[in-house]
Write a protein that binds this ligand. Structure first.
Ligand code: URA
Length: 284
């Protein structure tokens, strides 16, 4: 079986690279699934819902986990989808894949385990979503509100947030000061943050509040660098006072109150997969 899997991988990789350049969408997506992705054993156990990541590490260290019949007690061991994992001689449970969209309120952090005991995204999820072990897809800052996806599907997560993901994220930013045409030009062509130039963005001025010396700017980006929007505005001399994510791919939250969530229909999950495989560069 191993030889078969390796054979498929050896052929699939070069084909994938060619398709990545010349072809889009479904074919490419199915080929990616053929390449049997590796992940850490403790992550795989946690993703099954059997135990938290920390508990999974304890299970491994205490010799209670077998991979393909052999006890594995080394943390960080990589496993493939095709590997057969037993914990206490029982197969891992299979979690039904779940996808949600929440309108994240301000004052909630996206990390799931906060040593400072601040309000986390898990604190505001309903029991049903918690039981499905969903995690935020990427992060929004604690003071940012708006569209946030949640899932327990690791493959989907990687497509949405990985470096290859070209999903559009649209924000409304209330910034200090009056934005000029030159600022918009710089932001859309790319600015230097953390020594790297940002990819092209779509930027437009929504309104100016002269009395309060602020501007409302709509900005769409395809990357997801740390504090990207705030840093982009700082680089042109404007501090972000309020930030709202109004769109992720084709998902908006027009009818969702803060803190409300809904299950993402599978047709939307498919569209997001396709968007993540599309042309990465925004046409500005
Ligand atoms: N960029 C930011 O600066 N903050 C966010 O929360 C999202 C994007």
């Amino acid at each position: 079986r191993c030889a078969d899997v390796t054979g498929v991988q050896t052929c699939a990789l070069p084909i994938y690279v060619i398709l990545n350049k010349f072809c889009k969408f479904k074919l490419q997506y199915f080929l990616e699934r053929l390449i049997d992705m590796e992940e850490r054993l403790q992550k795989r156990i946690a993703a099954s819902g059997l135990a938290s990541r920390r508990k999974a590490e304890e299970l491994i260290l205490s010799g209670r986990v077998k991979v393909n019949g052999e006890i594995v007690s080394v943390l960080g061991t990589k496993v493939k989808n095709s590997d057969f994992i037993l914990v206490d001689n029982k197969p891992l449970p299979t979690l039904t894949k779940a996808y949600y969209v929440i309108n994240k309120p301000r004052g909630v952090i996206c990390t799931v385990d906060d040593p400072k005991k601040r309000r986390t995204i898990l604190d505001i999820l309903p029991e049903e979503a918690l039981k499905q072990h969903v995690y935020p897809v990427g992060r929004l800052d604690s003071d940012t509100k708006g569209v946030l996806l949640l899932t327990n599907d690791g493959d989907f997560m990687n497509h949405m947030v990985g470096p290859r993901s070209g999903i559009e994220k649209e924000y409304l930013a209330r910034v200090h000061g009056i934005i000029t045409f030159n600022d918009i030009k710089k932001l859309s062509e790319g600015v230097i943050i953390d020594s790297k130039k940002t990819l092209p963005a779509i930027v437009s001025l929504e309104s100016v509040d002269e009395k309060n010396n602020s501007s409302l700017v709509r900005i769409t980006i395809t990357q997801g660098l740390y504090h990207q929007i705030k840093k982009m505005f700082i680089s042109v001399g404007h501090e972000v006072k309020k930030l709202t994510r109004v769109r992720f791919g084709h998902i908006t939250i027009d009818n969702l109150r803060e803190g409300e969530l809904y299950k993402l229909p599978i047709k939307d999950v498919k569209i997001l997969y396709e968007l993540s495989l599309k042309d990465k560069e925004l046409k500005i």
